[in-house]
Design a protein around this ligand. Structure first.
Ligand SMILES: [Zn+2]
Length: 310
């Protein structure tokens, strides 16, 4: 399986346009011991020619250009065939779905998402109808928790990858107007487990507020774990902004807590990295004590354009 980290930052990217925190100011001044990052985005392929995206970030157009594997091909003399066959959504936060609107150029694709998220995108937000202007275009597919399903291209052909989704409790974004009673309480966010025919497994969990034993057991069986690295500490935003919500209130376990909670999976998982990193997070600074603590615990801090082979 091939995995490409197209983007590794949380919503707002790094630096964030309206943020002058120490990290953002430092990277603008080119005096920061760390790297700029675009918003979290993953691409996966079993054999290198058919690709699936995990999420669809607002930076997707430039992220596709940055990766030759995702550039369009010519099919039957028409230069409009993308190797991107589909998108699997772990949630419906804007930084995870806005990129879908950038994929509206009549390309047949399959979009996989939880039933409640399909309802929000298709019934509540008319803009997404741009993905169904012609036939064939986007095929929307509901995914259910705990069941493994093959990832298919829009025309129904198998890609060699399968996915198992584990719904997490979480909250729906503020833009959602639907009657909350009609949305499943556990479908706001999901952990995605991708598997190739050679039984290599990748877990992608960019947002998680609560760890259960069931989920930890599932994570123990993966070859690569990409885990919520949004904030280092619970009160990080409050300290930078002077007010605001805690990491937990925003549905994220802080990294310093995850390092303790996941201490025992260290020996079982092949490679572990934090992804979806907010611009305020001190682990972005490669000389910081927090970055060192992550590395010493056997974890990595994901960077844009990492190409990983399993
Ligand atoms: Zn900042």
């Amino acid at each position: 399986m091939q995995v490409r980290i197209l983007g590794s930052a949380a919503g707002g990217r790094f630096p964030q346009w309206n943020c002058g925190c120490g990290n953002c100011a430092g990277i603008r001044n080119k005096k920061f011991p760390g790297k700029a990052r675009t918003q979290a985005q993953l691409a996966l392929s079993a054999e290198g020619s058919t690709w699936f995206l995990a999420g669809a970030s607002p930076d997707l157009a430039s992220q596709i250009e940055s990766c030759a594997n995702l550039h369009p091909r010519t099919l039957r003399n028409i230069p409009r065939d993308s190797p991107i066959a589909g998108v699997v959504l772990a949630g419906c936060d804007l930084d995870h779905i806005l990129g879908l609107l950038l994929l509206r150029e009549l390309q047949p694709l399959r979009v996989y998402a939880a039933p409640s998220i399909l309802q929000i995108l298709r019934e509540e937000n008319s803009m997404f109808a741009m993905l169904n202007r012609v036939e064939p275009q986007v095929v929307w597919t509901a995914m259910n928790s705990g069941l493994s399903f093959p990832l298919l291209a829009a025309d129904g052909t198998r890609s060699g990858l399968s996915c198992e989704v584990h719904f997490l409790s979480g909250r729906y974004p503020h833009y959602v107007k639907s009657d909350r009673g009609k949305l499943a309480a556990d479908q706001a966010t999901a952990a995605l487990f991708f598997e190739s025919g050679s039984r290599k497994r990748v877990a992608y969990i960019p947002a998680i507020g609560d760890l259960t034993d069931t989920l930890i057991k599932k994570m123990e069986r993966v070859d690569m774990l990409l885990f919520d690295g949004t904030f280092w500490s619970d009160d990080e935003l409050q300290r930078v902004q002077g007010s605001g919500e805690t990491a937990h209130q925003m549905g994220h376990i802080p990294v310093e807590e995850s390092l303790r909670l996941l201490k025992n999976i260290n020996i079982k998982v092949g490679r572990k990295m934090f992804v979806h990193i907010n611009n305020t997070n001190p682990i972005l600074n490669e000389t910081s004590a927090e970055h060192r603590a992550v590395r010493q615990a056997g974890w990595e801090v994901a960077e844009d354009n990492w190409q990983l082979e399993l």
